[in-house]
Write a protein that binds this ligand. Structure first.
Ligand SMILES: [Zn+2]
Ligand SMILES: [Zn+2]
Length: 135
């Protein structure tokens, strides 16, 4: 299936990618550069990362939004979706995350149906034998 690269608009063929080979590799190289830079400079700001890696600020924000970076630039802040507290990663603050986990735990755990034990099967056979005897 032929499609146009979302970046350079060149026609290419690939079952899953939305970018041509060249752009895909460039994108991957950009991502690795940003990731590696942040690993070595955990306190760096977005502007610093963009300068050093020559990756567009918008692209860096895109990586952050997609949750692809383990370490994010120091001046990027997220807000908890539940209480609005400032957090450095993810969508929910650690406190709300803890509450959520507790909420899940307090929910009644439905016991699986008790399976008939071999002992029960034995008594059933015995019961059938009794019926047979009565005949
Ligand atoms: Zn391309
Ligand atoms: Zn919260």
């Amino acid at each position: 299936m032929l499609k146009n690269c979302e970046k350079c608009n060149r026609v290419f063929a690939h079952p899953t990618r939305s970018m041509c080979e060249g752009c895909f590799e460039e994108e991957l190289a950009n991502f690795v550069a940003v990731k590696e830079y942040l690993k070595e400079n955990p306190g760096a700001s977005v502007a610093q990362v963009a300068n050093e890696t020559e990756v567009d600020v918008g692209i860096i924000y895109e990586y952050i939004r997609q949750g692809r970076l383990d370490i994010i630039p120091s001046d990027v802040k997220f807000h908890c979706e539940i209480c609005g507290a400032e957090i450095s990663s993810g969508r929910i603050c650690p406190k709300c995350k803890g509450d959520l986990v507790k909420g899940f735990r307090s929910q009644p755990v439905s016991e699986p149906e008790p399976e008939s034990k071999p002992r029960d099967r034995g008594s059933k056979v015995h019961y059938l034998d009794q019926i047979k005897d009565r005949r």
